[in-house]
Design a protein around this ligand. Structure first.
Ligand SMILES: Nc1ncnc2c1ncn2[C@@H]1O[C@H](COP(=O)(O)OP(=O)(O)OP(=O)(O)O)[C@@H](O)[C@H]1O
Ligand SMILES: O=P(O)(O)OC[C@H]1O[C@H](OP(=O)(O)OP(=O)(O)O)[C@H](O)[C@@H]1O
Ligand SMILES: [Mg+2]
Length: 283
């Protein structure tokens, strides 16, 4: 039975729940439930604090979990990044007040930096031979400079709205480029059957979201040209039509490219080009 940890709150929680639901797993029925026994799918689902997930997975108590890459890096645990999930994108960055003299990472030497991710910041500064005092805060880090406990911050940035509202500007390169990831315990081998089954289900959902099914009719003489535009996963389906001069083609294409591909196919001579969303997939 695979033990899976999922965030019980925070920015990653709802997309993570949706992902597991789409993958066919049973979710909790009330917000006070901490564990779900899903016998049909042979898993146990543990609802845990986002920051704690890497701790449980790293110690081998729980097999896999959904967390953020930044949280994994900060955790100082042995949990291993297993697969990226493509949501919860953020960067972890330094910022200082717009009027501050701190404009570069080097300017942080001897200063106070407020953050929730102490380890990530300490490693980054140590790597550059800089000395700064890290002030640990659990959240709302953007308020710390105005309130006087720090000179600069290191925090998660998504749209940048929170920083702007706090009168802070970003400086330096991103410390971490993060997104939601699946972490795996060091005790679970990549060949573990339960892990592979879980991974295939999750990958199936991600593929269903990022690909669409494209159907079109094309003159037989142009099939090779069209198929080169939509090569599909293995190979596209080409079926004969009642009019022997024409064929029908069906292929999976990346959702992000579908409009460009339709333009290209139309130019080659394809007609009746139709896009259908994929409900579920197992690749
Ligand atoms: N605005 C955001 N947009 C996208 N991802 C975000 C955003 N804020 C945080 N994250 C990501 O979500 C993950 C969890 O952070 P979040 O702030 O939601 O947890 P939290 O509720 O503060 O955790 P805890 O209560 O355990 O401290 C992190 O990996 C972070 O990078
Ligand atoms: O760039 P933005 O789109 O404005 O998002 C970034 C903000 O979102 C997160 O805060 P969260 O809501 O998790 O609160 P927290 O500070 O208590 O963690 C993060 O810590 C930033 O404060
Ligand atoms: Mg937060």
């Amino acid at each position: 039975m695979l033990k899976i940890a999922v965030p019980n709150k925070g920015m990653l929680s709802e997309p993570a729940w949706d992902l597991l639901k789409e993958a066919g797993y049973k979710l909790r029925s009330n917000p006070r439930q901490l564990v779900v026994e899903d016998e049909e799918n042979d898993i146990q689902l543990f609802y845990l604090r986002p920051l704690d997930i890497a701790v449980y997975v790293g110690s081998g108590i729980i097999d896999v979990g959904i967390t953020g890459r930044d949280m994994l890096l900060n955790s100082q645990t042995e949990a291993i990044e297993h697969m990226a999930l493509g949501f919860g994108a953020s960067t972890f960055r330094f910022a200082a007040p717009n009027e501050s003299s701190i404009r570069t990472v080097e300017d942080l030497d001897g200063k106070r930096i407020a953050t929730s991710f102490d380890k990530v910041v300490a490693d980054y500064l140590a790597g550059r031979g800089l000395n700064a005092r890290i002030v640990h805060l659990d959240g709302a880090v953007e308020s710390s400079v105005q309130l006087g406990v720090a000179d600069a911050i290191a925090d998660v940035v998504s749209t940048g709205t929170t920083l702007r509202n706090a009168g802070l500007h970003i400086f330096g390169d991103p410390i971490v480029t993060s997104e939601a990831i699946v972490v795996r315990s060091p005790r679970v081998d990549t060949s573990d059957r339960d892990l592979i089954k879980f991974q295939r289900r999750i990958q199936g959902v991600l593929t269903a979201h990022s690909y669409v099914l494209m159907d079109y009719d094309i003159p037989v003489a142009k099939v090779a040209q069209a198929v080169a535009i939509t090569p599909g996963f293995e190979s596209p389906t080409v079926s004969p039509l009642h009019d022997s001069q024409w064929a029908a083609v069906r292929a999976m294409v990346p959702r992000s490219q579908m409009n460009t591909l339709m333009d290209q196919l139309y130019d080659v001579g394809a007609r009746a080009i139709i896009i259908t969303s994929i409900q579920a997939s197992r690749m």
